[in-house]
Design a binder for this molecule. Structure first.
Ligand code: SF4
Length: 385
């Protein structure tokens, strides 16, 4: 991208600055250096640090000379425009539906807990994996998000979380992160290196893309891996998660074992409890048999209702019994607290409630219009993947 970046002080191309506006987080450090080539060298670090570690808009970088600040504010634009922003849980959950420049929409959820502040980010507009219970999967795939679009979601969460410090990032929003591997991994590296987030607090989730898990095992940065399992026998998983036909459970288990050995990190298995589908004694047995050799921790998630999947989540008592049954079989399990039931906080559900379209394929309208159309739908907490 560097060759495409003109110095801020260069000849006029368009607008008052003479430089094309671009999404701030799409620029690499080298791009920024090209933009600021006529400034003292230390400005590059100053602006990069301001954008990332300090999560500032250029206009807020008061340590810059006023004219430079104003020009940067004009040139370095946000990629994410707020289509809808909603709060729940007394303000402890905030969910955004972002409108991107091409009309795509993606979601980000910020969840504040007493001991941590977590943001759940999207990596694709829509998703091609087609999981039957998932609002995003039901709506189809539009495109991969760019690294800058992923990073900017985290920066927005950092700003929103203040004065608390954002501590954790989970890649469990719209999309399959490992299907957008290069851009997602570049975002991971930037969150670690430039925003200062610990690798221990970064969690990549996958619905079981074995080729991606194997690539991940070769990375130097040991992030957490969460596998959205939902079924531990192939015939059922084939139906819930179509990717299982390509990567059946035996291949998935082997890749997970290799990742755990390479990274030293604990694996977590996500299990959305679907009443009468995967919450029976047989399912406990199969899940325990899958999890035990991997020493995996299981997160149980009551299924969120989605428009295209009529089956409901397991009742609360059944969820608790399922967790106890796993414990009896030597597997640690946590029941996820649901968040944001009144704001469509599950994957794809704000988008699904928002307009007559496939996810990621919407016309841009006024924010108030979108908010009005989005109002009233009901959903569950974090994304079920
Ligand atoms: S659950 Fe995840 S992988 Fe499956 S369709 Fe939804 S976003 Fe895609």
């Amino acid at each position: 991208m560097t060759a495409d970046v003109r110095p801020l002080s260069g000849p006029a191309r368009d607008g008052a600055t003479g430089v094309e506006a671009r999404a701030a987080y799409d620029l690499s450090r080298e791009d920024l250096a090209a933009l600021l080539v006529d400034e003292p060298p230390f400005r590059v670090h100053q602006v990069w640090d301001g954008l990332h570690r300090r999560a500032l808009r250029p206009a807020e970088m008061t340590d810059l000379p006023g004219p430079l600040r104003a020009r940067l504010e004009e040139v370095l634009r946000p990629a994410l425009a707020t289509a809808t922003r909603r709060e729940a849980d007394g303000g402890d959950t905030v969910k955004w539906l972002w409108a991107l420049a091409d009309g795509s929409r993606v979601e980000t959820v910020l969840m504040t807990y007493p001991d941590r502040v977590t943001v759940c980010v999207s990596t694709q507009a829509g998703c091609a994996m087609g999981c039957t219970f998932c609002a995003t999967g039901q709506a189809g795939f539009r495109r991969h998000l760019r690294t800058g679009e992923i990073v900017e979601q985290v920066v927005a969460a950092v700003r929103e979380a203040r004065p608390r410090r954002l501590s954790h990032v989970v890649f469990m929003g719209m999309g399959e992160p490992l299907a957008n591997y290069d851009r997602t991994w570049a975002a991971v590296e930037r969150l670690h290196g430039d925003l200062g987030l610990s690798a221990r607090h970064l969690t990549l989730s996958t619905v079981g893309l074995v080729s991606g898990i194997r690539r991940l095992a070769g990375e130097a940065l040991p992030v957490n891996l969460a596998v959205s399992l939902h079924a531990a026998r192939d015939d059922l998983r084939d139906r819930l998660v179509p990717l299982n036909r390509r990567y059946p459970l035996a291949a998935l288990s082997a890749a997970c074992a290799d990742y755990v050995a390479a990274s030293g990190r604990r694996l977590s298995l996500e299990w959305a409890l679907i009443g009468g589908v995967n919450d029976q004694t047989r399912d406990v047995e199969e899940l325990a048999a899958f999890a035990r050799p991997l020493r995996a921790h299981v997160n149980l998630i009551p299924l969120n209702p989605t428009p295209g999947y009529a089956v409901r989540g397991t009742p609360r008592a059944g969820v608790a019994a399922f967790a106890r049954a796993l414990g009896d079989r030597g597997v640690n399990a946590t029941v996820r607290a649901t968040r944001g039931r009144d704001i469509d906080a599950a994957c794809g559900q704000l988008a699904a409630s928002d307009a007559p379209r496939a996810a990621g394929q919407v016309a841009v309208t006024a924010p108030g219009d979108r908010a009005a159309r989005a109002a009233g739908a009901v959903a569950g907490a974090r994304k079920v993947r």
